[in-house]
Design a protein around this ligand. Structure first.
Ligand code: FAD
Length: 486
């Protein structure tokens, strides 16, 4: 390491954020750029720890100490090269990853960990600014045709890797633009869409074809696509939302989070939304059920709409991480504080929704909730009891259900192909079976296979799946890198 004592000289520092009132007035990203020399100081905090657990903490196996070192040496091109070897899209993960690498950072045992996510974003931004991020098409083509179904991070990573191996790749997307949840789930204040577009321009220049409005299993014949391809990757995501089937569920004013977020992202992008009934939070008391990323994005979006109040309720207890963000090892990264919570939001944990209450016009006016206490029953299973006397109503005219996703949509693509499912009703295609589904030459990756997860896992699965597809097409041996976390 260039400065083995850097962690003794510099404390952890992250980029500043725009003032809350300023950022609530637009949809732009909320972080302000950090001076280059400050980012270099942050890279200097990476110590010569001997066993870099960050490396294995990252699902992609990012070689973090090496790129930190390159940043410290101000060699941004080398840093970009090292990072791009393991991560196809550091400009996405550098913005929205919950950074399990930081949780695994050895420095984190007795100091705040190295600001790895910020350094990763800085490397990507410098690479685009300095022109190191360039199309890198394969030198020759294999003549094999691969169809990737779904254009979220899993499909895009699989496409990038398979194209790199020389196969001819077409990505089919049923929505009007490419990007999956990066485009239509995650709001611009976390990930501006020009960040996706500039990557797509590189991928197109490398030879990848994109077809939008192509719903495979509906307006594109799935069996024919399989017949005409040498291999197919299913990367359709986990799209069936978990409902809250409490009494009053059919009242007007209750929506799934993705219906709210997707139309808002489209509106921000200037897409025509006239055929979709508008869901807007302006002047309303909003309740968001669900404490994860989707819920937090509903909070940030509602506040930008001008909601009167925003309350986010979660059935689970407050994780210890919320009290001490750098506990090590850490609580699962599903419930976490996001920048949206700083913008105005009541947050309540261990709260059960009992009933949705309507007015005389059949519109939601409040929800009835009760506090609960978690414990274990005699068999050791998690269970809860209601806390007597804690029942209450929360006024609410707009309720957004962000309670997670159960599994991929089965009708259409999956039923037409007759793909086998696992016990969670996701596509069965385990890493042990090389991401192969029950249907010959059809593979699967990302949330469609592993269930709802994270962008970093989607990219990791897309890469690993592509490697299996490449080996399948090339007689058992792949030219693509494998995740090696040593
Ligand atoms: P998706 O991103 O879901 O993409 C699947 C794509 O396939 C979609 O575009 C869909 O339209 C398309 N498709 C489906 N079926 C067909 C078909 N038959 N034909 C053609 N196309 C089809 N993770 C993080 O790490 N950080 C975050 O901050 C974060 N925030 C999130 C916020 C929200 C609101 C949500 C919902 C999720 C968030 N996640 C976050 C999770 C993350 O977005 C997902 O884990 C990830 O996008 C999964 O990638 P994927 O490629 O498997 O699927």
């Amino acid at each position: 390491m260039a400065d083995p004592q850097g962690f003794l000289k510099h404390t952890r520092e992250l980029p500043g954020k725009r003032a809350v009132e300023e950022r609530l007035a637009d949809w732009q990203e909320l972080y302000v750029p950090m001076a280059e020399e400050k980012t270099i100081q942050q890279a200097a905090r990476c110590m010569d720890c001997g066993v870099p657990f960050c490396h294995s903490g990252c699902p992609l196996g990012n070689i973090i100490p090496e790129f930190n070192d390159a940043v410290y040496e101000e060699d941004w091109q080398l840093a970009w090269q090292i990072l791009s070897e393991t991560n196809n899209f550091p400009e996405f993960t550098g913005r929205i990853c919950p950074a399990p690498c930081e949780t695994a950072c050895v420095l984190g045992i007795n100091q705040p960990p190295v600001a790895i996510e910020h350094i990763e974003k800085s490397i990507a931004e410098e690479a685009y600014r300095r022109g190191y991020a360039r199309p890198n098409p394969p030198s020759s083509r294999t003549g094999k045709k691969v169809a990737v179904i779904g254009s979220g991070p899993a499909g895009l990573a699989a496409a990038a890797q398979l194209n790199k191996a020389g196969h001819t790749v077409t990505v089919y997307e049923r929505n009007t633009r490419i990007g999956g949840l990066l485009r239509y789930g995650i709001p611009d204040f976390k990930l501006e869409k020009n960040v996706i577009d500039r990557r797509l321009a590189l991928m197109e220049a490398e030879g990848i074809r994109f077809e939008v409005n192509a719903n495979v299993g509906a307006n594109v014949d799935a069996k024919q696509l399989v017949r005409e391809s040498d291999a197919v990757v299913l990367a359709g995501g986990s799209t069936v939302p978990r409902d809250i089937p409490s009494k009053g569920r059919d009242l007007a004013g209750i929506h799934f989070a993705m219906d709210f977020l997707e139309q808002n992202n489209k509106r921000v992008a200037g897409d025509d939304q006239s055929n979709v009934p508008e869901i807007h939070a302006k002047g309303k008391n909003v309740v968001v059920i669900g404490g994860g990323d989707t819920g937090a994005d509903c909070v940030g979006t509602s506040n930008r709409h001008g909601a009167k109040t925003v309350t986010q309720i979660e059935i689970m207890e407050m994780p210890p991480m919320e009290r001490d963000p750098f506990t090590w090892p850490n609580w699962p990264l599903i419930l976490r504080t996001s920048t949206s919570h700083e913008e105005g939001c009541e947050r309540e944990f261990a709260v059960l929704t009992e009933e949705f209450l309507g007015d005389e016009n059949g519109h939601l006016r409040a929800i009835r909730v009760v506090n609960i206490r978690w414990g274990r029953d005699q068999t050791g299973r998690n269970t809860f009891v209601k806390i007597e006397g804690s029942e209450r109503e929360i006024p609410c005219e707009l309720l957004l259900i962000a309670a997670g996703f159960m599994h991929p949509q089965h009708e259409g693509l999956l039923t037409e192909l007759g793909v086998g499912l696992d016990n969670y009703r996701n596509v069965a295609a385990s890493p042990e079976h090389n991401y192969q589904t029950s249907v010959p030459k059809v593979f699967a990756a990302g949330d469609m296979r592993r269930g709802q997860s994270l962008v970093v896992w989607a990219i990791a699965e897309g890469r690993e799946c592509a490697r299996s597809v490449d080996a399948y097409l090339m007689g058992g041996v792949s030219s693509l890198e494998s995740r090696d976390v040593g």
